[in-house]
Design a protein around this ligand. Structure first.
Ligand code: GTP
Ligand code: SPV
Ligand code: MN
Length: 610
C-alpha cells in the first residue's frame, strides 16, 4: 500500500482536506504509490512515458499517443449527473440519485488501481486572481501518466493552487480510474464505464476511459458540467462550451470580443485560431482567448458582461487542419511546443505524423507508416481505404503556443463581451449569419441550436439533433432553469450583447460547401460588429437581421454569385417546418420561462405573416 502521508509531506501538500481526500481514494483504489505533480514535472513524466511506451516521440519535443481503439470519444450515454435532489433531472443531464451512483462507482474503482501510481494533480480552471477563482480549484486523482501530461497542458497545474485556498475545503474532487480498458464491455448491455459528476457535492467520478473529456477532468467535467451547476447554484455565472476571441480594428482602435457556441467538432477551435485579418489588408487583428469553454459573469462594479477562458491549452481536432485552413493550429504544434498528438497516423521510423486533410494525399511512400490503431499501412488489404487517422483524432498544446493568443489571456478580469454567437453544422435553411438584438430571442435562438451529429460524440454522422447553446452533452441542471439562468445573468448587464446565429456549413445540391469557411469567417463577424456600431443596418427578416450583399466585405473572396444569394436568403417554407419541430423540442423542457415561449411565438407569427 502507498505511504500517502509520506508522499504528501514530501510534496509539501498541506491542505488538510486535500490530504484526507487523497488518503481515502488511495486506500479505496488500492494504488501502489501516490505522487503529487506540478507543471514543472512535465519533462520527467515525458521521459518516463516514452520509456514505458505510453508515448512515442514525434519530433523534437513532440509526442504521439494512441488510446484504446474503442476509447476515442466522449460517451454521452455513459455520462451522468447525480445529485440528492430528483428535481435536478433535466432532459439531457441523465440525472440519477447520488445515493445510487456513489456506491456504484466506488465499487468499480475499489482495487482498480492496484499496482499503479495514483497521481495527485492540483489545478486551477481560471487565470489566478479571477473573480470566479472560488469555483476553479480542483484536485484530479488519476492512475494514468498520459492523462497527467494532458492535464498539465490543458489546466494550470501546481500545488499552490490548493494549499492557498481561501476556503481550504472548496475544491472539486475529481477521481479518474482508467480500469481494464479491454474488458469493459464498450457499447454492450454490460458496459462498465461510468462518467459521473456528483454536482451538489462537487465530486467527479470517472471510470473506464483514458480519452479526452472522459479523463481530463478539469476540462469538460469540472470546467463545463460542474461549473455550470456551480454558476446556477451560486446564481453568479454561466459556464458554456464557447470559444472566445477579440477583433481589433486598427483604423478606429476599437476592440470587440465575441464568444459563442458551436456543438463539438463544429468549428470553435478553427474560428478562434484561424481568422485571416491579413486577407483584408492591414486593418484588423484577431486575438485568441479560448476555443472550448467560457465562463460569463456580470461585474459588480461596472455592470458589464465579462468572459474568460478557464483552460490553459487546446485539445483540437486534427482532421482537415492544414496551412490553408488553419495555419495557426499547425504552428501551435511546431517542434519544441511539447504538443501531444492522439490517434492520428504515425511513422515510428521517421517520427512523422499525418492525418486526413493535413496534405491533399497521404504520404506516397507508406514504408513505416501506421494508422491510428497501430496497424501497418503497407499490410492493408487491397481496397481498404479506411482513414489513417481517427476522425476525432486530436492535438494537445498550451495556449502559449497559439500564434495569435491574446497578450492578456492570463489576466484575471476577463474581457467585456460584445456579442454571443451560435452556429451548428446545418446543410440548409440557416443563412451565413443572422443577428438578433433582443435578449429573450437570443436565448431562444441558442436553445434551438441544431447540428448534425459529429464524431466527437458517438452517434450517427449526418443526422440533425438539437444541442442548446452547444451544451447538450454538458448540461448539468434542467433546461428550463438553464434558460432562466441565462435571462438572469445576461439581463443583469447594463448593455445586452448582440446575438447572432452563423452557419459555415450550408451545402449545395452536389454536397459542396457554399461558403469557403475557415479563415473567411472573419467577414460575417466584421459585419456583425459594424451592425453593433450602427455602421450598417442589414435587412430585417422574421428570424433576425441578415447582411445585404453590399454590406458584406467580399474583397478578394472567390464565391459563386448564386451560392452567395442562397446563404443570404431566408427560405420561409423551410423555416416554418423548423418552427414546428421546435414546438416539440421546447415542450420537452419543464419550467421554460414564459419569455422564451413568447419569443418562439413571435418568430412563428412573423414567419407566417412574411
Ligand atoms: P470540439 O473540440 O470537439 O469542441 O470541436 P470544435 O468546435 O472546436 O471544432 P473544430 O474547430 O476543431 O472543427 C471541427 C472540424 O470542423 C474540423 O475537421 C475542421 O476542419 C472543420 N471546420 C471548422 N471550421 C470550418 C469551416 O468554416 N468550414 C468547414 N467546411 N469546415 C470547418
Ligand atoms: C468535445 O468533444 O467537445 C471536446 C473534446 O472538446 S472532449 O474534451 O473530449 O470533450
Ligand atoms: Mn468541445
Amino acid at each position: 500500500m502507498a505511504d500517502v502521508e509520506a508522499a504528501l509531506d514530501k510534496a509539501g501538500l498541506t491542505n488538510p482536506h486535500v490530504r484526507e481526500y487523497v488518503a481515502y481514494w488511495a486506500d479505496l483504489t488500492g494504488a501502489e504509490r501516490v505522487e503529487v505533480v506540478s507543471a514543472s514535472d512535465d519533462a520527467r513524466l515525458a521521459e518516463e512515458a516514452l520509456a514505458a511506451g505510453e508515448l512515442q516521440p514525434a519530433g523534437e519535443g513532440l509526442y504521439y499517443s494512441r488510446s484504446y481503439h474503442k476509447d476515442t470519444a466522449r460517451s454521452e450515454e455513459r455520462t451522468i449527473v447525480a445529485t440528492s435532489n430528483p428535481s435536478d433531472a433535466g432532459v439531457y443531464n441523465n440525472w440519477r440519485p447520488s445515493s445510487e451512483m456513489k456506491p456504484l462507482l466506488e465499487g468499480k474503482m475499489r482495487g482498480a488501481s492496484a499496482g499503479k501510481t495514483m497521481y495527485v494533480v492540483p489545478y486551477l480552471m481560471a487565470p489566478p486572481g479571477s473573480p470566479l477563482e472560488a469555483f476553479a480549484a480542483g484536485v484530479e486523482l488519476t492512475d494514468s501518466r498520459t492523462v497527467v501530461m494532458h492535464m498539465i497542458r490543458m489546466a494550470r497545474v501546481g500545488i499552490d493552487y490548493i494549499n492557498d485556498l481561501a476556503d481550504p475545503n472548496s475544491f472539486v474532487r475529481a477521481v479518474h480510474v482508467t480500469g481494464d480498458l479491454e474488458n469493459l464491455g464498450h457499447g454492450t448491455a454490460d458496459d462498465a464505464r461510468y462518467f459521473v459528476t456528483v454536482a451538489d457535492e462537487r465530486t467527479i467520478l470517472h471510470f473506464g476511459s483514458s480519452y479526452g473529456g472522459n479523463a481530463l477532468l478539469g476540462k469538460i467535467a469540472h470546467g463545463l458540467r460542474q461549473a455550470a451547476y456551480d454558476g446556477w447554484a451560486s446564481g453568479k455565472f454561466l459556464s458554456e462550451q464557447f470559444m472566445l476571441l477579440g477583433i481589433t480594428d486598427k483604423q478606429t482602435g476599437k476592440k470587440y470580443h465575441i464568444c459563442g457556441g458551436f456543438p463539438s467538432a463544429s468549428g470553435k477551435t478553427n474560428l478562434a485560431m484561424t481568422l485571416a485579418p491579413d486577407a483584408l489588408g492591414d486593418r484588423y487583428y484577431v486575438d485568441f482567448y479560448g476555443d472550448d469553454i467560457a465562463w460569463l459573469w456580470v461585474d459588480e462594479n461596472d455592470g458589464k458582461l465579462y468572459g474568460m477562458n478557464p483552460e490553459f491549452g487546446v485539445f483540437g481536432v486534427a482532421k482537415d487542419t492544414n496551412e490553408a485552413t488553419n495555419p495557426g493550429a499547425l504552428h501551435s504544434v511546431d517542434a519544441g511546443t511539447g504538443a501531444i498528438f492522439t490517434n492520428i497516423a504515425y511513422n515510428p521510423d521517421t517520427q512523422e505524423v499525418w492525418w486526413e486533410g493535413k496534405t491533399p494525399n497521404p504520404p506516397e511512400d507508406v514504408t513505416g507508416w501506421e494508422d491510428w490503431k497501430g496497424e501497418k499501412i503497407s499490410e492493408r488489404a487491397e481496397g481498404d481505404d479506411s482513414p489513417w487517422a481517427h476522425p476525432n483524432s486530436r492535438f494537445t498544446t498550451t495556449l502559449d503556443n497559439v500564434p495569435n493568443v491574446a497578450p492578456d489571456y492570463n489576466s484575471p478580469q476577463g474581457v467585456p463581451i460584445d456579442a454571443i454567437i451560435f452556429g451548428g453544422r446545418t446543410r440548409d435553411r440557416e443563412p451565413l449569419i443572422r443577428a438578433i438584438t433582443d435578449l429573450a430571442e437570443g436565448v431562444y435562438d441558442g436553445l434551438t441550436l441544431g447540428a448534425e451529429a459529429t464524431f466527437a460524440a458517438e452517434g450517427v454522422d449526418g443526422q440533425l439533433r438539437y444541442d442548446p447553446m452547444s451544451m447538450r452533452p454538458f448540461m448539468s441542471y434542467p433546461e428550463g432553469a438553464y434558460a432562466a439562468q441565462w435571462l438572469k445573468i445576461i439581463g443583469q448587464a447594463t448593455e445586452v450583447p448582440m446575438f447572432a446565429h452563423v452557419n459555415w456549413f450550408q451545402r449545395g445540391d452536389d454536397g459542396r460547401f457554399l461558403w469557403p469557411g475557415y479563415r473567411e469567417n472573419l467577414r460575417p463577424l466584421l459585419w456583425l460588429m459594424q451592425l453593433k456600431a450602427g455602421e450598417v443596418s442589414g435587412r430585417q427578416t422574421p428570424v433576425g437581421i441578415i447582411p445585404t450583399r453590399e454590406e458584406l466585405n467580399l474583397e478578394g473572396l472567390e464565391i459563386d454569385s448564386d451560392d452567395l444569394d442562397t446563404i443570404l436568403t431566408i427560405d420561409n417554407a423551410r423555416w416554418q417546418q423548423e418552427i414546428a419541430n421546435r414546438d416539440v423540442h421546447l415542450a420537452a423542457f419543464h419550467d421554460l420561462p414564459e419569455e422564451i415561449w413568447e419569443a418562439h411565438r413571435r418568430v412563428k407569427a412573423d414567419l407566417e405573416a412574411d
